[in-house]
Design a protein around this ligand. Structure first.
Ligand SMILES: NC(=O)C1=CN([C@@H]2O[C@H](COP(=O)(O)OP(=O)(O)OC[C@H]3O[C@@H](n4cnc5c(N)ncnc54)[C@H](O)[C@@H]3O)[C@@H](O)[C@H]2O)[C@@H](O)CC1
Ligand SMILES: [K+]
Length: 531
């Protein structure tokens, strides 16, 4: 599991060591990890280290101190290293070490700015150490102008020197991932003690590139993470496995209220997603013409008639491919939400939600749908505002609705109404295709239907109480993302259609389970009932 923390959490974890006078030791560890990452990356690019040109952009705080000590390590390895001091001061110990190692120091002035920007744009590597967790707002003044000029020159001259962010890209909010000004987009972010939440939420994640965590000795003082990302081993532990005596009803039945005369395909894709994700049975409720199509496309699905109350299921999926005029379907969606069973509410169900929901209701909006939801709740965020602050938006939506909210995007975020947040980035941009969300809703619905009463697999991972609904939604996003990626890879990196995501999913599930000893134990352990 990748865990992430707010800047405040990391700084609090540093406190006991700072009190013991270990501040400089922490900084040297951080700087050494940063320098090592630069060296490794330059080597993997085939660059010669000796004589290569490195520019360190240095702010006046400890982030700049990290950058200066890292620059000193690199200068000592024979790199031609320049530190550009963007503030009116610099970390004294770091500056002295940098100069001792033979680094060149330049103060940023308006007159020098164009030459320094050109030097940085043409360098083999730039270390961005202007602002870290102590930043208040984004880059301003000459530091902001310098970043703009470096970006413009790199673009104009097609330069691709390595860009490395020290702890986080300067100007990104460590907690929220918001960017309040220009930001240099990094190839790698080397972050210290633990990932910062802002690196795992867009737009911060967009600017961070690959995130490497360097241990500096504060880790045992960190509290419970403020954000988590499920990796393969976690997925394997959370995936349900049928017990030897399982039968279709005990494995979970998902009721699907989706599709309409206008969008019949959404019902099919939602059912295909559910069937691929281990559910015992799918029951479909909807207009007869859509039911016919579902029967033809997925003969495994049982098409039922009647009301929600008349159909026995363990969870509901409602809303995919439904519009505001599909009154009968909307009534079913509302009844399902009121049923006390776990529900995934997608697309057309989102405008029909009651004011207050519960965490076992999982909403799956994209940014535009979340903005509409906010507007109905009487708050003004538009789509742009949601995209500029995805983490704050998803958390607010969860708090305001009381539901678990999954915000779809390049980085998918899931927030429980209190506490737990997940960030998954398992997919490929090819997943942005019509019907992809219907498959995702089906996958999450199937996992909700299989949730049962076994909370042990969640608490084993430190996920308590109602946080498990968010974990299930994150697991669904992880499976969906990886299946999409696998489908594209099977097409040599080419495009995928939504149905292909469902087709690729069982193999992903199998591989994830197989790679985990826990999964193997669970499959072979006949005395362990699922539910
Ligand atoms: N505290 C510690 O012991 C450690 C800190 N580390 C590094 O220290 C960083 C945090 O250091 P600091 O608390 O000094 O904070 P920063 O280095 O992030 O920045 C704080 C300084 O920048 C100024 N500043 C804040 N916002 C600004 C803005 N928008 N424009 C211009 N100047 C602004 C502040 O007045 C202050 O002087 C971490 O990100 C990490 O890189 C690491 O060395 C590990 C150990
Ligand atoms: K930085």
């Amino acid at each position: 599991m990748i865990t992430a923390y707010t800047g405040t959490q990391v700084r609090a974890a540093e406190e006991p060591l700072l009190a013991d006078g270990l501040g400089d030791v922490l900084m040297q560890r951080a700087a050494y990890g940063l320098a090592a990452a630069v060296v490794n990356e330059l080597k993997s690019r085939g660059s010669r280290l000796n004589g290569s040109r490195v520019v360190v952009l240095v702010g006046k705080g400890n982030n700049g101190g990290d950058g200066l000590y890292a620059g000193a390590f690199l200068a000592a390895r024979g790199m031609r290293t320049t530190a550009v001091l963007t503030g009116n001061a610099a970390h004294p110990g770091g500056l002295a070490a940098f100069e001792r190692a033979g680094g060149r120091v330049q103060r940023l002035t308006e007159a020098e700015l164009p030459a320094l920007a050109a030097e940085a744009a043409g360098a083999d590597a730039v270390i961005d150490a202007v602002l870290g967790t102590g930043a208040k707002g984004g880059l301003r003044g000459s530091a902001a102008h310098l970043i703009d000029a470096i970006t413009a020159t790199r673009d104009a001259e097609h330069r691709d020197g390595l860009l490395v962010a020290c702890d986080l890209p300067s100007g990104i909010d460590a907690d929220t991932g918001e960017a309040a000004g220009p930001v240099l987009p990094a190839d790698i972010t080397v972050t210290f003690g633990g990932a910062k939440t802002g690196l795992l939420a867009d737009p911060g994640a967009d600017y961070a590139g690959r995130v490497l965590v360097v241990e500096i000795g504060i880790e045992e003082h960190l509290p419970a993470p403020s954000m988590r990302r499920l990796e393969e081993a976690d997925m394997a532990r959370l995936l349900p496995h049928p017990s030897r005596r399982a039968q279709k009803y005990s494995r979970g039945v998902l009721g699907v209220v989706a599709g309409s005369e206008n969008y019949p395909g959404a019902a099919v894709l939602a059912c295909r997603g559910a069937l691929a994700a281990g559910v015992g049975m799918v029951r479909y409720l909807g207009p007869p013409s859509v039911a016919d199509l579902v029967r033809q496309s997925c003969p495994e699905v049982v098409c039922s008639t009647g009301t929600v109350a008349e159909n026995r299921v363990q969870a509901w999926l409602v809303g995919s491919g439904m519009g505001p005029h599909d009154h009968e379907q909307l009534t079913r969606a509302r009844d399902a939400i009121a049923s006390d069973l776990p529900v995934v509410a997608d697309a057309g169900a989102l405008p029909a939600l009651p004011a207050m929901l519960a965490p076992h209701v999982v909403l799956t909006p994209h940014a535009g749908e979340l903005a509409s939801l906010f507007q109905r709740l009487g708050h003004g965020e538009d789509r742009e505002a949601v995209e500029a602050g995805t983490l704050a938006a998803v958390r607010q939506a969860a708090v305001r609705t009381g539901a678990t909210v999954l915000l779809k995007g390049a980085t998918t975020l899931v927030a429980a109404p209190w506490g737990t947040t997940f960030s998954q980035a398992d997919g490929t941009p090819w997943l942005a295709t019509a019907g992809s969300g219907d498959v995702l809703a089906g996958v999450i619905g199937a996992l909700l239907a299989q949730a049962g009463a076994d909370v042990g697999r969640f608490t084993d991972l430190g996920i308590e109480g109602d946080g498990r609904w968010a974990a299930i939604a994150a697991l669904g996003a992880a499976l969906h993302g990886r299946a999409g990626k696998a489908a594209s890879e099977a097409a040599s990196g080419g495009p995928i259609a939504a149905g292909g995501i469902a087709d690729a999913l069982p193999e992903i599930w199998g591989k994830v389970s197989m790679l985990s000893n826990y999964g193997a134990w669970k499959r072979n352990s006949h005395s362990q009932p699922l539910r």
